[in-house]
Write a protein that binds this ligand. Sequence first.
Ligand SMILES: Nc1ncnc2c1ncn2[C@@H]1O[C@H](COP(=O)(O)OP(=O)(O)OP(=O)(O)O)[C@@H](O)[C@H]1O
Length: 250
Amino acid sequence: MGQSLSIRQLEAWYGTNQTLKGINMEIAANQVTAIIGPSGCGKSTFVRCINRMHETLPGSKVKGEIILNGESIYGQDPVSLRKTVGMVFQKPNPFPSMTIFENVVAGVKLNGMRNRQNLQTIAEKSLRMAALWDEVKDRLNYSGMSLSGGQQQRLCIARALAVEPSVLLMDEPASALDPIATMRIEELVGQLKSEYTIVIVTHNMQQAARIADTTAFFLNGELVEHGPTSEIFTNPRDKRTEDYITGRFG
Ligand SMILES: Nc1ncnc2c1ncn2[C@@H]1O[C@H](COP(=O)(O)OP(=O)(O)OP(=O)(O)O)[C@@H](O)[C@H]1O
């Protein structure tokens, strides 16, 4: 099941450059939350804080609190946090030397699972959830790199799902894909939300409108507005949101 997130007074820096300036935001379980806003407003930084990846960069700093299902993410070690909070990146990044099968089970193997039968069960389940099974079931031992871009991205989603996270962070997961592959990813996001809490960064406002239950508009490291997607796009409360969604800037 998905878990809820509560972001409190979150601030983040790269060196002296403050990129998040006190974000307060509630993210409901089993919903799709879209993060929109112009380039450089802090969308990627925000999702990278949620799985504690931002902190790994030299010179970076984070302040504030992120509560996952009632508990601070800073009370657990980042490696175990990332089992609960999975991430899919903009560019599909399958492990190049691994087969399709090995890619999907890489995380579970790292967590100590060795039983071949169990690994096969997990691989099939994850590939089915990522809507890729039918396309790859006869070539699980081919290289992950032999797949198309859209298939590689679904492979990366399967890899993230295999460790059974509660939250799935997606940082522009379809921006490198063609319209058909993008549509498959969007359909998939809609199906996955019954099991996961999904936070998706997107540049594409139509995409946010199609798939997100709630949408958050970021600007210059601040959260301007967060609400039901239909309201953000039809009746925003803040003039800056209106200007952005009507294409006046960004
Ligand atoms: N590795 C980094 N080192 C230093 N500054 C960075 C780094 N990554 C991002 N920044 C800066 O942090 C700010 C926020 O960047 P971030 O990537 O979070 O924005 P974004 O909204 O995701 O942008 P985009 O839509 O272009 O991906 C920007 O000013 C950017 O220049």
